[in-house]
Write a protein that binds this ligand. Structure first.
Ligand code: 5GP
Length: 117
């Protein structure tokens, strides 16, 4: 399992640094990305910390399920269900993960191109 060092998202979760929070429940926190890549760009983190997507194998089915259900719920709250949206999870070095706290990017508000870079 990836080591769990302190990250900027731990501080967001503890309200030690400001963030524009758009949704919160018992399992997840969702807040706007500081450098948005689309008109809507929100990050969703599980409150029970996991460093990387590749560490989810060590999580319970319940925790994984609550995270993904939460991502789906946040997209709905953002009114993205109709037009559509993209979920991105960057994992590790080649995946360009820069924050070692699992997070799903929700991108929407414009037609997105494919394939990604
Ligand atoms: P990654 O590259 O790890 O998949 O995504 C990390 C994301 O976190 C980036 O899109 C970056 O813009 C965002 N980010 C980095 N620092 C902060 C911060 O302090 N606050 C917020 N809201 N987003 C951040």
């Amino acid at each position: 399992m990836t080591s769990q060092s302190e990250t900027i998202f731990d501080k967001v979760l503890r309200r030690e640094i400001p963030a524009h929070i758009v949704y919160e429940d018992d399992f997840i926190l969702a807040f706007r990305d500081i450098h948005p890549q689309a008109p809507v760009h929100v990050l969703v983190i599980p409150k029970k910390k996991v460093a990387r997507f590749s560490d989810l194998e060590g999580s319970s089915v319940q925790d994984v399920g609550e995270f993904f259900k939460g991502v789906s719920r946040v997209a709905k709250e953002l009114h993205l269900d109709g037009p559509g949206y993209r979920i991105v999870v960057n994992n590790g070095r080649d995946g360009q993960q820069t924050v070692e706290y699992l997070h799903a990017h929700i991108l929407g508000g414009r037609g997105l191109t494919w394939p990604p870079g």
